[in-house]
Every structure is written in C-alpha cells, then in structure tokens.
Design a binder for this molecule. Structure first.
Ligand code: DGT
Ligand code: CA
Ligand code: CA
Ligand code: ZN
Length: 596
C-alpha cells in the first residue's frame, strides 16, 4: 500500500522540533556562536513550535508566521520539510559538518572555533582522530590550547563516553525519537501493539541503540513502513522481520516485527537486561520449560522425535510469563539482575511508586524565572488539569544571574500566586523558591526572608569544579539550613554533556536523614538526578524522596513519568515519596519537619 506509506511519512511537530534542534547545533558551529541572530531565531521558532498545542505542520506558512517567535525564513523551512521531507539548508550544513564531526561539539570545553581549528590544522573529523591527536599531544599546538586543555578534553571524553563503537547516546536524545516511531507504528494497519524495549525502556542514562518491537499480522508491511521513515539515513539490516537503520546523528534503531501472540515474549526478551533474561530462562528450565522470544514453552520429552516445542505456557503478555514463572510483574527499569527476581518471588513489588500515585509537583517554574516560559495562571492551570492536589511554584532565587528574582519581586509574585489560588479550591498552591546553593553552601536572601517561603528546593547551579570534600560540605551546609525542604537535581549533571559534582553519598544521605530533607528525582531527561543508583541507596537508608518535573513551560509536565521510572529503577516505594501523600499529610510534613 504505497498510498499508506505516504500518509505515515507525514510530518509532525516533533519532526519539526528535531529539524530545528539540528539546525541550532549546526548553525552554532557554523557561526561560531550560540548567540548569533540566526541561532536565536531558530531557538525562538522552536519555542513557538513547542508551545503550539496542535500539529504545526497543518498550518499554512502565513498562519505559522502569526505565531510569536516564528519568522518567515523558518516557516518556509518547515513548509519545505513537510513538502519534501528534507530541508536544503540543513542538507548543506550536514554536508559541511558531517555527524561524526558535529558531535564533537558535545565535548565540554571544545567550542566551535577550537573544533574548526582541529579540523583545519590537524584533520580531525571524528572522535577516533581526536583521541589519536590527544595521544600524540597535538592539540596543544593549536591557538589558545595547552597541555592542560588536552588533559581536560581527554577527561571529558572519558566521562561522556564518546569513543568508537562504545559511543552511547544520552537518553534525552533517544527518547523523543523512540516515542515518535512507536506512535507512528501504532497507526499502521494490522499493528496491534508497539513498544520500545532495550536499555531505553529500562531507563538507562545512555543508550547503545534503540530497540522497537512491533506486533502485527503483517510483518512485511511494518518493515516497509520503517524503510519509508524520514529518520532513516542508512539501512544496515533489511530482513523480513527485522530492519536496522542509522539516523543522521549515527544512532542505530532496530525494529522487529512479531506476531501479536508472541508480543509479550518478544518485548520481555528485547527489553533485557541480558542478565535478567538469563535468570528468567534458568528459572523456566527448572520448571521444565523453555523461554525465548516466542514464548514460555513446554520442553518436549527427551525421547520425542520432534524436539520443536509446540505447547505454549504463556507468550502474549509479559504479565502472563512472569505469573507462570511464579513472579510478580517486574517493571522494566528494575530488570538489571540486582535482586529483583528474588523480590518478585517474595511478592513485594506492589508498593513500588507508580505514576498514578503522584499528587503534586514540587519544583515548578513560571515566567517569574528568566528562563520560565509560561505565565503563572497557565502553569497552574495545567497542573490543575493534571489533577494535582498541591503545587509548589519554585521560581529561581535572586542569586541566579538573570533568571532569579529579588525579595521585592518575590513578594509581588506571592500576591499573584495567592490570587490565582482563589480559582483553584481543590489544589493547594505553595509560594516557593528554588534556592541556589553557593560555593560553600550559602543560600539566597536574608535568613528571615528565606524563612517566609511556603516551600523550598535548594539546588546547585554553579561551581561544578570543587573537590569532593568541598562539594559534600557545601551540600551538607545547605541541607542543615532550616529553611530548606528539599534538594533539587543533586549533582547538577547534564547526561552526556556535563558531569555532576562529586559527592560522598554516605555522608550526604546521612545528612538528608538527620535533617529530614527530601531528595529530588528530577524528571528532565537531561538530568534524571538524583541518579537511580543514588536513589536506591537513599531508599535503603529511608531518606524521603520527591519526584518533580522542574517544568519551565506548560508542555513539560510529561517529565513526571520519566521521574517515576527513574524512581522505580531506584526501587523507590510509594510511601517514601512525599508527593504521593495526600494533601493533609504532605502539608503537615512541610509545616512541621524542620521545627520539631
Ligand atoms: P544498549 O543497546 O547497549 O544500550 O543495551 P540493550 O540492553 O538495549 O542491549 P541490546 O540492544 O544489545 O539488546 C536488546 C536486548 O535484547 C537486551 O537487553 C537483551 C536482549 N538480547 C540481545 N542479545 C542477547 C543475547 O545474546 N542473549 C540474551 N539473553 N539476550 C539478548
Ligand atoms: Ca539497545
Ligand atoms: Ca539492539
Ligand atoms: Zn528549577
């Protein structure tokens, strides 16, 4: 059905956002500045597309230009993308800066100028060549570079894991693509289900490749639809049930088509982890069964002539397979072979936190923050629409350059929040603040003023380069401050871009316990901070947790799901997460935990 292929290739807002993101990074490289007029124009256009509630591609060019921030030049590129599936300007930039070269811009401390000098003077076009030049001490021969910068780049390369075949993609870059593909596959005729599996479903911070499993009575049609996708830069495997392709950024996607009756067995298999699968398989064998990507099957008698298993114990759903194996369902983020099978056998996974348990968001910005993009009224409305029982509005404190608000502005902000409260009798609004933890643990405002906020989250936004001892002392000082209710994005890391501050987690966790301060799990895919392994240690010790979106725009509330999945990866039980508590219990904790 070629006709259908065309319909499925239809462009959506997320395709446009992906195109603009690529234009932003390549133009930054080209113009050697992220502040150039063009980059800012693309940036504003992206905000406009993100803010537009419908499918932007259904607008005419004229209608697009009427949107705030979207200019004529960008509108015509969007139109070009819709009509032709590609954008000439982008193709030109890609030719000039191929993906293997462009991705070097992700290395902290390597700006566009340096990058271009590396290519011009040393013929460095990819990570391997950069590594070789570092080993040969050639980088120090470039202008403004020295032995110190070589060391910094080498360290950064190690930390963000960008070498050769081991190169991994940050989850924030893989997730939108995977979600978009699954959504498109679900719309195909004869498709009954589709799911991304592998490390992405397990919420690994970095992804080797994306694995998608599609259930269909017509696998060949699925394969054809995959080959037709815009995202395909190169097909690497083309089979009857599996197609693998590379995107423009070099990310591999494996799509497998299976029959609907095998879907559960297939997603279980391809979700992994490998170690989890091995443990499940040996459990199956002990029961006289086999487990593979087609199902949980009865092993034929040893003396039977045909050794092909025919009798199916379970296959269609993961739940049925776990159940047959005598296990509670194990959520994907826990499938890392770190005790989850024993726990599921004991049947004690039911108290694990779920998205539906969440009753509020406690790290939330409005346009009172310099980087906030939606009004207080709009931000409150979407939280109310999400059904929240409480909401802490935590705009940036005054110490954050440009984005913060001084005491006077915060008081006016409080007036507005309390006014808007009148329109939302079912949701308690808290006038909060995201405090900045200074280099030695100091916080914004005078102590008396800071104490006035209804709720606070204190976070690190600067000074990433101190020793572990200093950073730990710094955090403990903030935790000990009686005005602090929670610690936001613990290490300040940006996955794949910036390592977080180094902390002695044992000391930190004890401090959180002692002062009864909640530890945030930040749902932004760039952060997922505190990380799942830290969460698990905090859970074991009994530290209170809070899962937040850190939204700066009305479109960002979906991050709560990623936060919850990260909490599951850290084995967080519902009752330990303060924003699963009902309104009374939560408000009473906020009012009393630092005074009693
Ligand atoms: P990645 O892509 O490196 O981030 O990690 P995964 O876990 O997504 O690994 P991948 O893409 O190689 O394979 C996807 C899943 O398929 C994996 O988690 C488990 C399953 N799988 C793949 N190869 C094998 C294998 O040789 N044995 C077993 N038991 N499972 C496998
Ligand atoms: Ca994978
Ligand atoms: Ca794979
Ligand atoms: Zn924030």
């Amino acid at each position: 059905m070629p006709e259908f292929g065309r319909v499925e290739a239809m462009t959506s807002s997320s395709d446009v956002i992906a195109m603009l993101n690529e234009l932003i990074s390549l133009t930054t490289l080209h113009e050697e500045s992220s502040q150039s007029f063009k980059v800012r124009a693309y940036d504003n256009a992206r905000l406009a597309v993100e803010s537009y509630p419908g499918n932007i591609t259904e607008l005419s060019e004229k209608e697009m230009i009427e949107l705030k921030g979207l200019g004529k030049a960008t509108a015509s590129k969007i139109k070009e993308l819709v009509d032709t599936g590609t954008v000439t300007k982008l193709e030109e930039l890609r030719a000039q800066y191929p993906p293997a070269f462009a991705e070097l811009a992700r290395i902290p401390g390597v700006g566009p100028k340096t990058l271009k000098a590396m290519r011009r003077e040393l013929d460095i076009n990819n990570v391997d060549q950069l590594k070789a030049a570092l080993d040969a001490q050639q980088i120090r021969t470039l202008p403004r570079m020295g032995a110190k910068s070589e060391e910094k780049i080498a360290k950064a390369l190690d930390r963000i894991g960008m070498h050769g075949k081991d190169r991994r993609t940050p989850i924030a870059d893989a997730m939108p693509l995977a979600e978009r593909l699954v959504e498109a596959f679900l719309k195909l005729p004869n498709v009954t289900n589709a799911l991304f599996c592998g490390s992405l479903r397990r919420m690994s911070e970095t992804i080797g490749d994306i694995d998608i499993t599609v259930a269909s009575t017509d696998p060949l049609a699925v394969m054809e639809a995959v080959r037709d996708r815009n995202e395909v830069a190169e097909i690497v495997v083309s089979g009857d049930t599996k197609t693998s392709f590379l995107t423009n950024t070099g990310l591999q996607v494996d799509v497998r088509a299976v029959l609907p009756e095998h879907f559960g067995a297939a997603t279980l298999y391809f979700t992994g982890s490998k170690q989890h699968n091995i443990a499940l398989r040996s459990r199956a064998i002990k029961k006289g069964w086999l487990l593979n990507e087609y199902g949980l099957l009865v092993k034929p008698d040893e003396d039977a002539q045909d050794q092909t298993p025919t009798e199916v114990v379970a296959a269609e759903t993961e739940e049925s397979i776990y159940q047959a194996l005598g296990l509670a369902f194990i959520p994907a983020p826990m499938r890392e072979s770190t005790g989850e099978i024993e726990a599921a056998e004991a049947g004690d996974l039911s108290d694990l936190v779920q998205l539906s348990d969440i009753k509020g968001d406690l790290h939330y910005h409005t346009d009172q923050s310099g980087d906030g993009r939606s009004s207080v009224a709009d931000m409150v409305q979407v939280a109310a629409d999400a059904g929240h029982a409480y909401l802490a509005i935590t705009d940036h404190g005054e110490d954050l350059a440009i984005n913060g608000s001084n005491a006077e502005e915060m008081l006016a902000h409080r007036e507005l929040i309390y006014k808007i409260q009148e329109d939302h009798p079912d949701m308690k609004l808290l006038w909060g603040c995201e405090l900045n933890i200074g280099a030695s643990g100091g916080l914004d405002y005078e102590d008396d003023f800071r104490a006035m906020f209804d709720y606070t989250v204190a976070s690190v936004h600067s000074h990433y380069d101190q020793s572990m001892t200093k950073q730990t002392e710094r955090l403990v000082a903030a935790i000990a401050d009686p005005t602090v209710d929670s610690i936001g994005h613990l290490t300040g890391r940006k996955i794949g871009h910036r390592p977080g501050i180094e902390l002695d987690m044992d000391i930190l966790i004890e401090a959180l316990m002692h002062f009864d301060v909640a530890l945030e799990i930040n749902g932004s895919l760039n952060r997922l901070d505190a990380a799942a392994d830290v969460v698990r240690r905090a859970v074991d010790r009994g530290v209170k947790l809070v899962i937040n979106t850190d939204s700066h725009h009305t479109s960002e509330l979906g991050r709560m799901e990623y936060g919850v999945l990260t909490a599951q990866r850290g084995w967080a039980p519902k009752d330990q997460v303060i924003n699963t508590w009902d309104q009374d219990r939560f408000l009473s904790w906020v009012a009393n935990h630092r005074t009693t």
